[in-house]
Design a protein around this ligand. Structure first.
Ligand SMILES: NC(=O)c1ccc[n+]([C@@H]2O[C@H](COP(=O)([O-])OP(=O)(O)OC[C@H]3O[C@@H](n4cnc5c(N)ncnc54)[C@H](O)[C@@H]3O)[C@@H](O)[C@H]2O)c1
Length: 325
């Protein structure tokens, strides 16, 4: 049994990790500020079945706020900190670069300072992003590509988080494993993300808005594979590490829309709008390192994953409870 602090534990990925760790017998402390980046009632719903369970505690607070961090670290020592709290999303970061810097950089440094002082020995997993590779790296992306060509404030803030993790490793002795997630999807996916948004638009007979010509390529990763990768990283974290967590197969945006339409049994009406600042033409993970060091081996291909997502989406409309199928 371990004690785990999960920041952002009410969100899409964090709530499902919290659930899994609690089921495995861990004590789980969630620190989340329930911000309104998307409807906070969805986050309440994500964790409603956890609240009140033995071994689970929830702190409603901000990673930038020392008093919230003090409350969290009163429960130290932790065996693991899984740091998932962030302002997510490439496109909205272009409108609010200072907010993304504040939460993702200042908040992250503050959290790393607290964990180094108040829970030395705690292993840290940092939720980074494939966006750090920007639009200059050859594909498939390998971890040693420094990723120093980000093209959005979000990407820059995630790369800064990795660099800060390295500094906290070198100077303050933290063990940190940075995981570069490649577009995660599945039940509870954030509503503004492509697969969720396209599904809603097609289901409701709305136009599906595609930015650019739809040939952009994505490496979509199903939530259960990401959770497996995070847990493997927890088992293997030592020193300073960076791993890609992707699916390592790619699909274009237009092909993704076709898969969703097929799963829904409906037709998609696509409208093309101009490309968005910050969007990269391709994401594609090289998984050699994660396979070798973590034994990571994603199992859900995008056709099966989209089908499972669509089933979950339709159950939500019918009053489903948000549990993983
Ligand atoms: N979902 C993806 O495809 C993806 C891809 C790459 C990286 N990531 C990273 O994974 C992490 C989780 O992403 P997600 O998709 O679950 O997003 P999410 O928005 O569903 O979850 C993030 C959670 O963090 C909380 N939060 C935000 N700012 C906070 C703050 N200042 N203090 C405390 N809590 C705060 C939010 O309320 C939310 O519940 C993020 O760090 C994100 O950048 C996600």
């Amino acid at each position: 049994m371990s004690r785990v602090l999960i920041t952002g534990g009410a969100g899409f990925i964090g709530s499902q990790l919290s659930e899994k760790r609690l089921q495995a017998g861990d004590d789980v402390v969630v620190l989340d500020n329930f911000n309104d980046f998307y409807d906070p009632s969805l986050k309440e719903r994500n964790i409603e079945s956890l609240v009140g369970q033995d071994g689970f505690s929830l702190i409603r607070g901000d990673i930038r706020d020392n008093s919230a961090l003090e409350t969290a670290f009163e429960r130290a020592p932790f065996d693991f900190l899984v740091h998932l709290a962030a302002m997510p999303g490439v496109r909205p970061s272009v409108q609010k670069p200072d907010l993304y810097y504040d939460v993702n950089c200042t908040g992250t440094v503050r959290l790393f300072d607290w964990v180094a002082k108040a829970s030395p020995g705690c292993k840290v997993i940092f939720g980074s992003s494939s966006s750090v590779y920007g639009d200059q790296c050859p594909t498939p992306f390998k971890e040693e590509m420094t990723g120093d060509c980000p093209i959005s404030p979000y990407a820059a803030s995630k790369r800064a988080g990795e660099l800060q993790a390295y500094v906290h490793h070198r100077i303050y002795g933290l063990n940190v494993c940075c995981l570069r997630f490649f577009t995660v999807y599945g039940p509870r996916q954030r509503p503004e993300m492509a697969i969720h948004k396209f599904t809603r638009q097609i289901n409701e007979g709305e136009e599906v808005v595609v930015y650019g010509d739809g040939t952009a390529i994505r490496d979509f990763t199903y939530i259960t594979d990401i959770l497996d990768g995070i847990e493997r990283a927890m088992e293997n974290a030592s020193g300073f590490q960076i791993f890609n967590l992707g699916e390592s197969r790619t699909i274009s945006i237009l092909e993704t829309i076709d898969l969703i339409a097929k799963s829904l049994g409906k037709k998609a009406r696509v409208r093309h709008d101009p490309p968005c600042e910050g969007d990269v033409p391709i994401t594609f993970a090289d998984l050699t390192l994660a396979r070798k060091e973590l034994g990571y081996n994603p199992k859900v291909d995008v056709a099966a994953g989209v089908d499972a997502f669509v089933r979950w989406f339709l159950e939500q409309g019918a009053g489903g409870n948000g549990a993983l199928p």
